[in-house]
Design a protein around this ligand. Sequence first.
Ligand SMILES: [Zn+2]
Length: 217
Amino acid sequence: MLRMTVLKLLHTSQQPATEQELVEATLALANGTDVELNRVLVPPAPAGFNQPGHDLWGFPTDDGQAPSTWEAVWRETLERLRADLRARLAQAMSQPDAAAAAAVRAWHWPRVQPVLRLVPGGLRLTVYYPVAGLEELCDLGVALILDLDRGHQADLCRCQLESCGAYFFVDRGASNRPRTKYCSPAHMLAFHGGDRGAARVRKHRARRGETGAPGRS
Ligand SMILES: [Zn+2]
């Protein structure tokens, strides 16, 4: 799967991102991509730190090499948020009722704003949710994924390739067998050639009474 380092999401009341874009940004964030919201890298600075007014990655470092303290703290905050998001997606798959209850508790958009815009070829009606940062993006993205009418929840999958574990939606693609276990054809091949191939060899050896740990199934 192609992974961007930073996904740039524009989401303003004049130019709101579509729900699809918000959902995709949520999954990208869960899968290790950083998200820049309205040209600002989020999450906001942790307490006690002032976010630099300029590009975060141009922030001066102590010796020109090591990441600045700010960046280290920011990264730690982001990875905590990412781990929390991944836990919520895992729960959305295994315990959708509990995930839904948590999403309802986290909901905090009393006033959303419909935005009707002219775009090339017609118009677009988008609901603008004022998302202040990544935490709110996660809350919104998870709620959109869980919504029963939007159909994402039933389509949510996690890549079975151990080294990946990315969240993705079922790919119904061109073939008549939807891809539900692997985030990409490449990871399906890697799993069959790698993880499972190795497991098959271990099983075979175990049957022949060779030494070594019994194969995982
Ligand atoms: Zn994968």
